[in-house]
Design a protein around this ligand. Structure first.
Ligand code: BMA
Length: 334
């Protein structure tokens, strides 16, 4: 019997979007029968809606969505939902207000995509891939999902997949990121960094790089890491290069609670790979890209939001304990 993991700093979410597994299910995760839960044309302005981030908000749900418009600009839109399945999205992109004059210079919109959202202490922080002479990690916050304030970019270009921790580490904010190039980067390792003030980032540590198979080309952090007594549960995407291009799957790892750059265990097989038609066919074929996970502390249930084929938003369900057991019993040899 594996150790029983306790969730740490996790709230009950009684209205978590949820479906029971199909009869005879033997997979660690199972997809919503309602997938894709957000179609590409939910709002008049959108070409596609995918790779998005949602959180529980005032007893309901709110989120920041990647909506590429019909000019194919990559933009962030705000959205709200009663049940986590059915979403109302703004038809216009978020207008970030520079938090102060210094930030004014970098807050000019170029492009923004692949957001993550997390509650830390007193507000919701948003990170995203922000165009500033190439992709880098944009940072901002909101209290109410109405007004959004932009801070300094966390890193120099080029970087993607900036993912904050839900609490301070060693008295500092903490973030994963993945240094990249200007294009469809053919490499990618996950790094960890800390900041005392959300402005200056340092103490950079290597966490993990590609490994054989589904994650042979690059890896990048997905949803906000989940704190458990067994370690940080990190869901991450991994990419392989086939004769027809990149294939995006996702898996998970357990990281040391105090030093998250130390990998305790990492599963050799993926948790989910593009196998359904809405994951295989779209603007970019063969992509499942996880951006958010909501956990219900009362039941240990998890609902993971992911983008399908860079076109739609999808949901997949599981149990945190079963994911941890899956990682441990399918662990990569070190
Ligand atoms: C990455 C990002 C993601 C996208 C993926 C597959 O570089 O652009 O938003 O899902 O490629 O196209």
């Amino acid at each position: 019997m594996e150790n029983k993991a306790q969730l740490v700093n996790c709230q009950p979410v009684p209205n978590l979007p949820w479906e029971e597994p199909p009869a005879g299910n033997s997979e660690p995760l199972w997809r919503s029968v309602r997938n894709p839960i957000i179609p590409r044309d939910l709002i008049p302005s959108s070409n596609s809606i995918f790779n998005s981030a949602v959180v529980p908000f005032q007893g309901k749900f709110a989120g920041v969505f990647r909506c590429d418009n019909k000019a194919r600009n990559q933009q962030l839109h705000v959205g709200f939902s009663e049940d986590g399945f059915q979403w109302q999205l703004s038809n216009e992109r978020i207008e970030w207000k520079a938090e102060n004059e210094e930030v004014q210079d970098i807050a000019k919109f170029q492009y923004s995509y692949d957001p993550r959202v997390v509650w830390i202490e007193d507000r919701y922080y948003v990170t995203w891939c922000n165009g500033y002479h190439g992709p880098t990690i944009g940072v901002g916050y909101t209290y109410d999902f109405k007004d959004f304030y932009q801070l300094e970019n966390a890193f120099l270009p080029y970087n993607r997949n900036g993912v904050l921790f839900p609490r301070k580490m060693h008295g500092n904010f903490a973030m994963f990121s993945r240094p990249s190039d200007t294009a469809h980067t053919p490499f990618g390792d996950i790094f960890y960094s800390e900041s005392p003030d959300m402005k200056y980032w340092g103490k950079h540590r290597f966490v993990m790089g590609p490994a054989a198979g589904w994650q042979a080309t690059k890896v990048g952090a997905g949803p906000i890491p989940i704190e458990t007594s067994e370690g940080w549960l990190l869901i991450y995407h991994g990419v392989l290069t086939s004769c027809n291009g990149f294939v995006y799957s996702f898996g998970a790892a357990l990281l040391d609670l105090d030093q998250p750059w130390r990998v305790i265990s990492r599963s050799e097989p993926y948790l989910l790979s593009p196998q359904r038609i809405y994951e295989q066919v779209g603007d970019v074929p063969n992509v499942v890209f996880p951006g958010a996970a909501i956990v219900d502390a009362a039941t240990g249930r998890i609902a993971i939001y992911y983008g399908g084929a860079d076109t739609v938003v999808c949901l997949v369900f599981g149990y945190v304990q079963e994911m941890i057991d899956f990682i441990r019993s399918n662990s990569m040899k070190k």
